[in-house]
Ligand binder design. Sequence first.
Ligand code: BES
Ligand code: ZN
Ligand code: ZN
Length: 492
Amino acid sequence: MKITAEDEKLEKIRADALALCLFEGEKPAGELEKLDKAVSGAIGETIKLGDFKGKLYEVTSIYTHGKIPVVRIFLVGAGKKGEFDSRIARNIAGAAARRALKTGAKKLAIYLGEHLNAAEIIEGIGLATYEPGLYKTKKEDEGRIEELVLVGRANNQVIKHSQIIVESTNWVRKLISEPANVMTPQALVEEARKLAKTYKFGIEVIDEEEAKKRGFGAFVGVARGSEEPSFLVVLKYKGGGKETLGIVGKGITFDSGGISLKPSKGMWEMKMDMAGAAACLGIMKWVGETRPRLNVITVLPLTENLPSGRALKPGDVVKALNGKTIEITNTDAEGRVVLADALAYAQKLGATYLVDLATLTGAINVALGNVATGIMGRPNSWVEKIVRLGREAGELFWQLPTFRDYKEILKSDIADLDNAPGEGQPNAVTGAGAIAGAMFLLEFVNEKVPLAHLDIAATAWLSTERPYLTKGPTGVGVRTLVKLIESLENGG
Ligand code: BES
Ligand code: ZN
Ligand code: ZN
């Protein structure tokens, strides 16, 4: 998509559609009033007659009948003025773009006005126009936006920067969309290798045999059930300074549940159980493109979770890299098991801050639905920082507690930890499935190293579309981590 900025009068803009955003009850004023005059008051009339109310993500189309060079005007609802924020700004742009796709408009202009900025619009539109039909041999009629015109102030650097974010995020979405027979652990390793080559990252690929020798017993345990070769992959970027951000992503390329087999309804969606690892690769792509002044490493445990004669059985015990033993009471709680080794390894490699992204629990969907991503960890300042940066990036996070009392959940009769508390034996603490996942992960992280665990199980994949987003993979996490890296780079 070509992106240009124009400081031209609205009445002079040439495009298939011009999108204007208006709040509930707002009347065209200033530049919009001039434009309204040029179209003989059609905008004002549409509002007055109630065809457009300004409701959030509402889009009403007005034809200009050749009065101005633009073919049609989209009035896009911005909702209540007091509720407006940068996330809504992105979504409004997305809603306009999705309408443009449906009408076949190829050149879309958007008026920035007072409330929108270039970064939000480019991200909103870039994400809204992601094409999901990877394997359709005949493209459906849905159009494609070839050119985006930003009407107002926009600087080229901001445009370029936002385009990199969009490209990285949409690439992540493609990786997640790919079926598990294509996006195998091996295929993800190849993607990591390509990144390493293009951006001159250090890379370490540890295969199963090597992992076994080196004590990654938790990872190897999960990997045993699969016929596909499994790998732990590390990418290392040296940007300078004393601190190293370690990002760890759950990379289960298909989660059948293993011997604790999942029900078949909806199981196909478990090809997205590598969304955390994919997001980490996307963040590294952004790192490679923008080369921040911060050391960043990513550790990705890549395997399938399948039942077989060699697979882990409920009751089996494995030993993680940090020496702790884990009783596997449910083989479907495999994410925390592979992440245990990955988190321990990231610290060995010198990570001074940690963030993990993982489609870890169905329970997070019960707690927060598919709206906000669950975030847990320590210290609070680290978690709160990410919540705040998420807001700026247009992603919602909500913190759940990790009070010491929850630690009871992890008790096993035979080993140090139980991977699926409550599944095997009755437990002193009940419920709190998403928190249990976080408590488990914290057992593998030194108290001195901040950890934020992002449970993206409900937000990495949407089963229904939104006015501003296609259904399927969302690429959640990439934009917030970009903000985090920028903040750490600037000593924040
Ligand atoms: N990959 C799943 C979690 C998941 C659920 C991701 C729905 C995306 C959508 C994870 O490995 C899992 O199965 N977790 C279990 C844990 C339980 C057995 C303690 C769960 O949430 O049921
Ligand atoms: Zn599972
Ligand atoms: Zn899983």
